[in-house]
Write a protein that binds this ligand. Sequence first.
Ligand SMILES: NC(=O)c1ccc[n+]([C@@H]2O[C@H](COP(=O)([O-])OP(=O)(O)OC[C@H]3O[C@@H](n4cnc5c(N)ncnc54)[C@H](OP(=O)(O)O)[C@@H]3O)[C@@H](O)[C@H]2O)c1
Length: 315
Amino acid sequence: MDLSPWQTPLSYIGLATLAYTTLKFTRSATTFLLPTSLNTYNRTKNNWALVTGASDGIGFGFSQELCARGFNVILHGRNRAKLDTRAAELRAEFPTRRVEIVVRDVVGLTVDVDEIAVEVKCILEAQGGELSVLINNVGGEVRPYTVLSDYSFEEVERTISMNAGFMTQITRVLLPVLEAGSGAVITNVSSVSAFGMPYISVYASTKGFVDTFTKALEAECKAEKRNIEVLGLRVGQVKTAGFDVQAGLFVPDARTLASAGLNRVGCGRVIVWAYFWHWLQGLSFDILPRSMLMMISSKKLMALKKEEEEKAKNR
Ligand SMILES: NC(=O)c1ccc[n+]([C@@H]2O[C@H](COP(=O)([O-])OP(=O)(O)OC[C@H]3O[C@@H](n4cnc5c(N)ncnc54)[C@H](OP(=O)(O)O)[C@@H]3O)[C@@H](O)[C@H]2O)c1
């Protein structure tokens, strides 16, 4: 006796899988259609955002976009002269915004990191307004395209501090300052490498930490009924000082990426792709088998390694 296709359990499993995949895809795609709720964190037009690693790249892009959207900004970085120059650029472009700086090397941290809260409170007391946005952006690869055994002790420590250690510490010390206001958002910059990429194993793992930290903190803030939104931004390739590649549709510049990231605030998800075209690329991570993905990634990263070596030779 022939069974109709709908009389076999396999058809229902197939249908359920299709429905689940369609729902997942639609839910993730609608993230890009929702309006941002960023302005709810600056109702008085007098609020502050602190951006880490703000003297260059995506961090400076976030600072420009936040000023453009009416926030005063505290720039964090390690180089006071460069931060002063960046602050002057922002004041020239956005004369009605106030810009301050906080200087800290994120490598070799000591308990002095706690003083950042005091510095931020001093800025708020002197200038008015609340701290309502923290962008944990600082990070990067210390020694790109290298196998783990070729890293030195110091390089491993630096990578972990830059991408995970400082983010955790500054969030810890600024949480009470953020909580003291009338609502805040913490945004952590992650990376496509969090999927676990070869040749950047330490960096990729720190971004895995960023993702888990984001999810845990979001859940903790909810459980504690803190008026704090926590959002993780997954980022693909971006043309910046730290990653000098050809810009294009799939490789935005820093400000475009930052703008896209701010547009995701209030989307209701904890970890999202910041930029639509990165999301589209990222779909392959859900669809393709890991073995195939890692084969493609290894080839891509090896090509980037060769490119870097060529550039180094010609310098
Ligand atoms: N670019 C990409 O393709 C890409 C892709 C995925 C994720 N991301 C993530 O996006 C974030 C920003 O990356 P980016 O490409 O914009 O980096 P970038 O252009 O290299 O800028 C990094 C920023 O961090 C600061 N910084 C570096 N080391 C520091 C230290 N020891 N202490 C204090 N500040 C320090 C730099 O200061 P100086 O100006 O003094 O150097 C600069 O302001 C990172 O978290 C990165 O992992 C980037």
